[in-house]
Design a protein around this ligand. Structure first.
Ligand code: HEC
Ligand code: HEC
Length: 170
């Protein structure tokens, strides 16, 4: 009986530990992880709905992707598009996925994560000093890793330490 209790005590916390604080799923498709991290961190698909990824991944859009040419060979383009859509907001499991989806109107197709209601609500003035996004350390709202050190690994709650250091203090 005591043995069982010990075994349980050891086993039970594991799922919690394995996921400790992880907010969004890590990108599991190596092609997406590679191709979409050439210029910025590869953004996790659950930050945008499937219709947004579909639009972003159109060949015409990719050829003028926020001013850059992010054109891909068709086979790679199609595979990445499918991966992003299959793991999009409202499709992927988890709280963040659902919250992002709920924050976007049915008629909206945002091409930026930073334009979604969920992102704006979490980074509103009072939560994050708007000047922080323009600071030399950050430069862009899309530079998630500047503030979320663990962003690429799916962690978005580790901003506390940095916030104490305070370059974006409210
Ligand atoms: C050739 C460089 C390059 C590549 C490759 C690239 N991007 Fe981008 N991406 C950019 C630039 C530049 C921006 C604008 C960044 C900014 O506003 O600070 C951007 C912004 C974005 C944004 C909007 C971020 C926001 O919320 O403001 C998304 C989403 C995005 N990229 C997805 C992708 C995906 C998916 C891929 C892979 C298919 C990809 N990118 C590959 C250069 C690139
Ligand atoms: C200037 C710093 C900064 C940048 C850049 C930034 N964030 Fe944040 N983010 C914060 C802070 C500070 C919070 C905490 C706000 C709060 O307490 O709710 C936060 C909160 C979040 C949360 C919610 C976590 C929670 O508290 O539940 C998510 C998800 C998130 N950010 C994603 C992103 C993504 C994705 C990007 C890039 C597209 C990004 N952030 C860029 C500072 C930043």
């Amino acid at each position: 009986m005591r043995k069982l209790a010990i075994i349980l005590a050891v086993l039970l916390p594991l799922p919690a530990l394995a996921d400790g604080g992880r907010r969004v799923q890590v990108i599991s498709d190596p092609l997406t992880a590679k191709e979409c991290s050439a210029c910025h961190m590869a953004f996790q698909p659950e930050f945008l709905p499937a219709r947004s990824w579909k639009k972003l991944m159109e060949p015409k859009e990719l050829s003028n992707h926020f001013g850059d040419d992010a054109t891909l060979p068709e086979a790679a383009r199609a595979r990445i598009e499918a991966y992003l859509m299959q793991n999009a907001a409202g499709v992927a499991p988890g709280k963040e996925s659902g919250r992002v989806a709920a924050s976007i109107g049915a008629g909206e197709t945002p091409l930026r994560i930073t334009e979604t209601g969920r992102w704006q609500q979490k980074h509103r003035p009072g939560e994050v000093n708007p000047a922080a996004f323009k600071s030399p350390k950050v430069k862009s709202k899309a530079n998630c890793v500047a503030c979320h050190k663990g962003a690429a690994q799916g962690f978005y709650e580790d901003e506390e330490d940095e916030r104490k250091g305070g370059f974006w203090r409210r």
